[in-house]
Design a protein around this ligand. Sequence first.
Ligand SMILES: Cc1cc2nc3c(=O)[nH]c(=O)nc-3n(C[C@H](O)[C@H](O)[C@H](O)COP(=O)(O)OP(=O)(O)OC[C@H]3O[C@@H](n4cnc5c(N)ncnc54)[C@H](O)[C@@H]3O)c2cc1C
Length: 354
Amino acid sequence: MGHSAVIIGAGISGLSTARALKRHGWSVTVLEQAAALPTSGTMLGMWPAAMKALDGIGVDASRRTVGWAHIAAGAGTRLWTPAGRTLLTAPGGADVNLVSRPALLAALARDIDVSFNTHVIEAEQLDDAELVVGADGTFSRTRQRMFGDRFRARSLGAVAWRGTVKGAVAEYGETWAPGALFGITPAGPDATNWYACIRADRTFDGPHLPHVVNHFGTWHRGVGELIGTIEENAILHHGLFEAPKLHSFVAGKTALVGDAAHAMAPFLGRGACEAIVDGATLGRSVAQASSVEAGLAVFDKERRARTQRLVLASRLMGKFAMLDAGSGIRNAAVGAVDRLVKPRPRRDPTLPRH
Ligand SMILES: Cc1cc2nc3c(=O)[nH]c(=O)nc-3n(C[C@H](O)[C@H](O)[C@H](O)COP(=O)(O)OP(=O)(O)OC[C@H]3O[C@@H](n4cnc5c(N)ncnc54)[C@H](O)[C@@H]3O)c2cc1C
């Protein structure tokens, strides 16, 4: 008889894990509390490791198939102050691919049977499974079942609004202010993705556009013009959380992947990428090992320290971007770095020196 696994959650991590295990001959059952996969959502930046992992689990990571927006190497992105002063023009060393979350989920779910409307409440439901994968997100009940109530997600004391608007804009980048930031990225040939974040201890009631206007409406023209095109019903709003540091992503025959294992602040745009790599790694580790336990130990070793460093780095990046005291010094330092790394115009040696 073949191997079988139960996966809780049909998000990016659960579906990536399902694909990886299936490719290695496992039969998988994916249990999802929602009625269907989401059909709306914003863009996710995909780093090269995630693109490679997608290839490895049989998702054709091409623009044609999944609808990537693509910032070519060298295109660059900017960093501004709210008044519109450019602090940095990042040279854009590597290609960056952006994919819409619903398109990515649909591609990952192809050929995977998902049991929707199935809310997993108790672990007993899973007793017979050879391998259980907790892919149930930031507020993972699986994590709490494995390690106790102390291991709940922690608020980062910040909230985000985000969405997509019609039309392309002239320049992409982030604007940093004390306690707030606003980001603009492409979302395809005729759409633009935006995200806005402020420090706050609680989420806000709708309507949301007035809050966005209130916090960011007086910022420079690029932000102001974009805000002018936002539609109220296309705004997502939520608090930002991170997972507690775990001493293991594994207990017995159960493993955590994605946000359940390492939910992180969004400031480095890595959560979904790492969720895909988790799934690919878990599938390979379990398939190549002599037992499920041995495979899970390899998975934990390969993934835990690395993703926990990213949790820390993402939190620090948010603190740096939204710094209060010292933001003037930070801006001066960023500007100095920009001047140092920018290629200087070459002097024509045939011209006389003055
Ligand atoms: C503002 C913002 C911007 C981001 N930008 C980026 C980016 O540019 N690039 C990037 O790589 N990442 C980004 N991320 C992070 C990324 O969205 C997440 O890391 C990723 O979606 C995590 O996927 P997941 O499958 O682990 O969790 P989730 O997407 O939360 O999926 C968990 C699933 O489990 C289901 N579930 C939960 N409990 C149960 C239960 N008891 N029974 C059954 N089903 C259950 C849920 O319904 C859900 O479908 C961003 C995050 C935020 C907040």
